[in-house]
Design a protein around this ligand. Structure first.
Ligand SMILES: Nc1ncnc2c1ncn2[C@@H]1O[C@H](COP(=O)(O)OP(=O)(O)OP(=O)(O)O)[C@@H](O)[C@H]1O
Length: 232
């Protein structure tokens, strides 16, 4: 049996000096699954994505991603692991302001040999153009990030997450700045992209109307003992 894409076991996390934000007995995400994760503002959704992507390190417990134990890695090793295996659409996008749209999209293929190798014969340049066309930002490829609207920046962040077909894609509220039409086209491209390479998708949103398009929906509050204590 292949191991799950994500496996959390008795994971606790507290920000420095604070009380536990997350206390999760168990969470498994199967390979190829499309998981929709929701919960109120401040419930720990971004924190959970940070743990899964190795941006944050659990205070205790085990976080395994694609069969690797992130707790056994130092922060530089986790950064390399993320660059190679995880496409992360951050809530604040984390785009590099002094690079063009094209350079931002191509960045993971520059940083990770594996992401570059997964492009096969396709040049990173051509792949950036293809992804940008699918997300309707191809006319902006030479623009600087500061010249873009929030919705356009969101789509650049998605193209950057998809390049080089990482096995795991995590998205933090990626549709919040899009109108309904764009949001639907965006989701279609995201689903088609993850299906084409069999990636696993963990998608955070407040917008429960989107849940029916996913294979499974999880309410963080039901998973997280820390929020049950806070609510009691
Ligand atoms: N860097 C940090 N340092 C200290 N506390 C933090 C930090 N980031 C988040 N928190 C706290 O951790 C809790 C969970 O925050 P988190 O951003 O994970 O929630 P969220 O569910 O993603 O919220 P939203 O839907 O508003 O984005 C909140 O109480 C927040 O104040």
């Amino acid at each position: 049996m292949t191991e799950p894409a994500v496996a959390l076991h008795e994971v606790r996390f507290a920000y420095r000096g604070g009380t536990a934000v997350l206390d999760i007995p168990s969470l498994h995400v199967a390979r190829g699954e499309r998981l929709f994760l929701h919960g109120p503002s401040g419930s720990g959704k971004t924190t959970l994505l940070g743990l899964i992507a190795g941006v944050l390190s659990a205070t205790s417990g085990r976080v395994q991603v694609l069969g690797s134990d992130l707790g056994a890695m130092g922060s530089a090793e986790r950064d390399r692991f993320r660059a190679a295996h995880v496409g992360y659409v951050f809530q604040m996008f984390n785009l590099i302001p002094y690079l063009s749209v094209r350079e931002n999209i191509m960045l993971p293929a520059r940083l990770s040999k594996l992401r570059r190798a997964r492009l096969g014969d396709a040049e990173p340049n051509a792949e950036a153009t293809r992804l940008a066309a699918g997300l309707e930002i191809d006319t902006l490829l030479d623009a600087r990030i500061g010249e873009l609207s929030v919705g356009q920046q969101q789509r650049v962040a998605v193209a950057r997450a998809l390049i080089g077909a990482p096995e795991l894609i995590v998205c933090d509220e990626p549709t919040s700045a899009l109108d309904a039409d764009r949001r639907d086209r965006f989701l279609e491209l995201l689903f088609a992209s993850v299906a084409a390479v069999g990636s696993t998708l963990v998608f955070v949103s407040h917008d429960l109307a989107l849940a029916e398009r996913f294979g499974r929906t999880v309410a963080l509050g039901q998973l997280n003992r820390a929020s049950q204590v806070a609510a009691a």
